[in-house]
Write a protein that binds this ligand. Sequence first.
Ligand code: DLZ
Ligand code: SF4
Length: 507
Amino acid sequence: MAKLILILGDQLSPALASLRQWQAGDLVLLAEVQAEASYVGHHKHKIILIFSAMRHFAQNLRSQGVPVQYLDYQQKMASLFEAVALTLQQQPELHEVVLTQPGEYRLSAEIAGWSERLQKKVTVLEDDRFIASTAMFQSWAKGRSQYRMEYFYREMRRYTGLLMQGHEPVGGKWNYDADNRKACPPDLVFPEPNAITPDTITSEVMALVETQFASNIGHAADFKLAVTGREARAVFLDFVERQLPLFGQYQDAMVLDQPFLFHSICSMYLNIGLLDARWMCQKVAAAYQEGKVPLNAAEGFIRQIIGWREYVRGLYWLLMPEYKERNQLAANRPLPSFYWHGNTRMRCMQQAIGHTIRHAYSHHIHRLMITGNFALLAGLSVRQVTDWYLAVYADAFEWVELPNTLGMALFADGGVLASKPYAASGNYIQRMSNYCQHCHYQVKTVTGERACPFNALYWDFLDRNQPQLSTNARLQLAYQQWRRKTEPEQQAIRAKAADLLIHLEQL
Ligand code: DLZ
Ligand code: SF4
């Protein structure tokens, strides 16, 4: 009996669980649909990447003799449900719908009602592209009062055997993060980033997106990403050779007009299935074993994949849907418009938002310590900030975006993910970048007219959130510094912060 195998736009992996069920007679369905393309105002590059990669994936399946129904955007399908219902109506002999677990709760909840609506069997398979199953994560989390990534990560190292020597971590330590916080020296030369020339399929999608999504953020003409597994693997192997050796030590650094530094720019490929997490980690571990990259770089990279990535996904499924409603610090101020156009005199924000508009990408410290930190300090609306991150990054799907933004950057989950808020004044940004030398504002002052806005906002954040945060052990030093200020100093800082918050649009 023949099946309909639905493959979603972030499930473009040849070894996908549902594709492994394919038998002669089964039909594969891929559909470009309005609901998925517009549930947030996705960056143009994100839509181009997904549509073009979907079209290439379908072409590849067909060349292997797998029949594919491909419904493109011109066919105006409202939703994935409509695409499935239409296909079943056209081919009533298909008696069952099979798919792999969607990455987002929203879609997963909707699909739970499909069987009744379609009057067909609907089978949802575990997404085993992730190394830890949801059951494995839940059994790790059970009975713990705190879910700390570091302990989960150690389990994952043992489970995968990556960078292990028997039961012990290679080199004697689990985590080399302390070696990975260097700023870049001024004479450092950065590798040229990879740029893929769009082929005919991608060019067609670029034209489609430029017209159908004209008002979305970004410019289609800047699109340079890989769109097939083969291209993405080549980009990744090039990263291992050229960037990985210095990735570790400079992974938190920021440099004017250098969005990429030594980062891999592969998260978008991994998150839509063009790259396989185990394969990537094995390549990195092998490069270390062959003496081509230092341990701090290899361990730092592998931790992002088998530690952090798997951990946030586990937490998402453990805590949704309630997690999305959290707003521990009651942050509700509207998102300033410069998050969408990048025109601000704050050089650090202009850089981070500028990269985002140009490339649908910025690296983790821009996301956490610049745009995220500013949103935290200014008390910007949790929902508006999380929707922004979900829209503007090519790698953003809610399972990864929500815990990273709501939990890690905004501390809106009250400390489930992070043991303290990642709040920082201009000092941190000055230490990790050369932005402050090129800024309208003065990083060393707190209250003057041209004082760096991060400074007064930082102290005011601590002050106004005292009831929630002053007992946090990791903030004791910061609160001691605040209390050491005289009453007039504190008043001046409060007044400066109040003025900044009223005039956010003018910053
Ligand atoms: C993000 C996205 C976009 C822009 N468009 C589509 C689409 O037209 N068809 C599709 O199958 N998937 C798309 N996606 C990815 C889905 O939104 C994603 O699979 C769900 O959010 C679950 O992670
Ligand atoms: Fe950013 Fe302040 Fe530095 Fe300007 S002075 S770049 S606003 S941290």
